[in-house]
Design a protein around this ligand. Structure first.
Ligand SMILES: *[C@@H]1O[C@H](CO)[C@@H](O)[C@H](O)[C@H]1NC(C)=O
Ligand SMILES: *[C@@H]1O[C@H](CO)[C@@H](O)[C@H](O)[C@H]1NC(C)=O
Length: 405
């Protein structure tokens, strides 16, 4: 009798565990407000001895939902109005329409999302959008109208994204005083690009990780599928985190990238890399390192940046376990370089060029975590290795963003 009760009890535990997993999966679909699980002994004519009935009681989200949000991106804020069909054809397909009005850009987008049933990480997204961006550091304004298709899937330890994007780009000057180099780039162009991203992320948090590593490698090939732009672009991002004494964390990051124009065509200002600012090499103005013309930054075809950061809890730990945990003090050492390479020369000349005129900075400040997606930083920065033409921010610098060196 006793062993039998134990067996029944263990069965119950098994069933509860599996029901819990099923509940999590149902919630992940994003189509239910609530999922409740009821487990009871079977009753009725066809009930098995020791049989259990598992009932999932769900409340569905409305067929059409509307939202109003404010968002924070890399140094900008915007209001977002959205409409969503969360379960368009009954298999968690989502159709989303967004209109956003922001401090720097106004845009809209229509997107269709389809997961593989039961595997949300394998999913397909189709997008149609119009985005207008203003880039004051280059006196440039860009309006993109585009179509894209994106496939996400995990493969072993890694996550992959395959994407095709076709964009009609319209570049213009933001100010009357824009330099000739920027004026020259104005006009319409068509870009069609295939890209692939692979990432491994073992960090325990994207904003304040205390352990784990991130490696992301991205490559983009433009031109082979049509369009005016032809290039191959490679870039990577590496971050390592290690917990030290007293809940402090040492974090090291390295970014780098290269753009090879194909077919003798010069690269476009909108495709090149930019460096500097509170989200990359601190102590410099936003994207204000490297090649420039009359004060407009033109970007570069190669770059690298590295950072060493020490994060510690606030001194004396006020608000421990609550509000105080949203803050960290932050000591940093950043370095990097952005330039154009002469592709006729060998890799040695390239490395030499990237090792010349290194900009670096150090400083300290406070970091605030905003939810699980963004953070704010207030730092006192000391820029070093400044080259003529670079814009610096010597002293207090404020930054907001979702991706940080
Ligand atoms: C699509 O899959 C990727 C991983 O492959 C995942 O990160 C992403 O959250 C999924 N999209 C949605 C909307 O769940
Ligand atoms: C892949 O993406 C999923 C969903 O975003 C995430 O849970 C998982 O940790 C990622 N795996 C790796 C190895 O980065």
């Amino acid at each position: 009798m006793f062993t039998k009760s134990i067996i029944v009890f263990l069965c119950w535990l098994q069933v509860m565990k599996k029901a819990h997993v099923a509940r999590q999966r149902l919630l992940r679909l994003g189509i239910f407000n609530e999922v409740e699980v009821l487990i009871d002994t079977s009753e009725g004519a066809d009930a098995l001895p020791n049989g259990l009935d598992v009932t999932f009681e769900v409340t569905e989200i409305k067929r059409l939902t509307g939202s109003y949000n404010t968002m924070v991106g890399n140094n900008e804020g915007s209001m977002v109005l959205g409409l969503k069909l969360p379960n368009m054809f009954g298999r968690a397909e989502k159709l989303t329409f967004q209109f956003s009005y922001g401090t720097k850009e106004t845009s809209y987008g229509l997107s269709f999302f389809k997961p593989q049933p039961g595997h949300f990480e394998r999913n397909l997204t189709l997008n149609m959008y119009k985005v207008t961006g203003q880039f004051p550091w280059s006196s440039l304004k860009e309006t993109d109208r585009g179509l894209s298709a994106e496939l996400n899937f995990p493969l072993g330890m890694t996550n992959h994204t395959l994407k095709w994007e076709g964009v009609w780009r319209e570049l213009g000057c933001l100010a009357r005083s824009a330099s000739f180099a920027v004026r020259e780039e104005s006009g319409h162009s068509l870009k069609s690009a295939l890209s692939h991203t692979v990432s491994i992320d073992s960090r325990n948090s994207a904003i304040f990780p205390s352990r784990g590593a991130l490696l992301r490698i991205n490559q983009e090939l433009a031109g082979y599928t049509g369009g005016d732009a032809s290039f191959l672009k490679e870039d990577f991002e590496l971050q390592l985190n290690r917990r030290l004494f007293w809940d402090s964390v040492l974090s090291a990051s390295l970014w780098g990238g290269m753009l090879y124009p194909i077919g003798g065509q010069p690269s476009c200002i909108a495709d090149r890399f930019y460096l500097g600012g509170p989200t990359s090499v601190r102590g410099f103005g936003m994207y204000s390192i490297g090649p420039q013309s009359e004060g407009d930054y033109l970007g570069g075809e190669a770059y690298w940046a590295g950072g060493l950061h020490l994060y510690t809890p606030l001194p004396f730990r006020p608000g421990k376990g609550g509000f105080g945990d949203l803050f960290r003090t932050h000591f940093f050492l950043n370095a990097g370089n952005l330039c154009n390479l002469n592709y006729g020369e060998g890799p040695r000349a390239h490395l030499q060029k990237l090792a010349e005129c290194i900009r670096w900075s150090y400083g300290a400040g406070i970091v605030l975590r905003l939810g699980n997606i963004a953070r704010l930083e207030l730092n006192y920065c000391v820029p070093m290795g400044v080259q003529s033409g670079d814009r610096i921010c010597d002293g207090v610098q404020f930054g907001a963003g979702i991706r940080f060196l």
